[in-house]
Ligand binder design. Sequence first.
Ligand SMILES: NC(=O)c1ccc[n+]([C@@H]2O[C@H](COP(=O)([O-])OP(=O)(O)OC[C@H]3O[C@@H](n4cnc5c(N)ncnc54)[C@H](OP(=O)(O)O)[C@@H]3O)[C@@H](O)[C@H]2O)c1
Length: 249
Amino acid sequence: MSDLSGGTTIVVGASRGLGHGIAIAFAQAGAPVVAVSRTAAEFPDFPGGSGSIRSELADGGEAAVPARLIDRYDPRTIILVGGATPQMRPLHEQTWETFSIHWESDVRIAFHWLREALLKPLAPGSKVITVSSGAALGAGGSPLSGGYVGAKATQRFITGYAQFDSDRAGLDITFSTIFPKFAPTTGVGRAAIPVYAAASGLSEEEFLRPQGPLVTPEIAGKALVELAQANAAAVAPAYLLNGTGLHEI
Ligand SMILES: NC(=O)c1ccc[n+]([C@@H]2O[C@H](COP(=O)([O-])OP(=O)(O)OC[C@H]3O[C@@H](n4cnc5c(N)ncnc54)[C@H](OP(=O)(O)O)[C@@H]3O)[C@@H](O)[C@H]2O)c1
């Protein structure tokens, strides 16, 4: 188990949703957290402990941002969770702009941060965790979400490529991808669940019931703290995240 108080955790996409919960959980676990987002966020105070959250207003998909923030904070953990809200409509009602929104946000963020983690490089023993989507594990994709699933699958591929490059260069950085199931209270879940429930002829409650316990920002935060604290040798390349926590894939 590693002590998170000894190094900064950067959470990219922390103003709302799962990233907000992840930033709070890391600070509660004692980490100095840098919370990156384009809009301002509210966070609680953490009196008495070593944990804290400092906001950085920045577009995590801009090429120059990772180098600037990695240079400034020298992080030991980076969580890439930020992404766009899918434009929920069938393929023929998408434009290229709506279809490609996750390539220009989720994939762009992952690309620039993974690349910079290797170029810098992060200190040996560091961890980088990319948040993809459980939808990217299915063969059929998500037919009402445009380019979402392809983009989230690409995040997994490039996180694996980063591990490959790190291993070849002997950098001792651990890269993992997390595949969350539906989180109905956060932005992506709020957009997708009503549309897929309606397409199945079900109420939202009926649609979600077979999923079992659902993901929340608190569950995501607790799970990612445990992963960040784990011995690197015990960390797998990929995990499903559901309401009961992480499950190695
Ligand atoms: N909710 C679900 O059901 C679900 C299921 C599977 C996977 N996921 C994945 O989990 C992640 C979080 O989803 P969520 O539902 O929590 O989303 P959310 O509530 O919509 O929050 C998205 C966060 O990403 C940030 N963000 C977006 N673009 C950014 C950029 N260019 N630079 C910095 N920050 C950026 C937003 O902040 P600003 O707008 O302030 O920049 C916000 O804090 C996403 O990658 C999503 O695909 C979600």
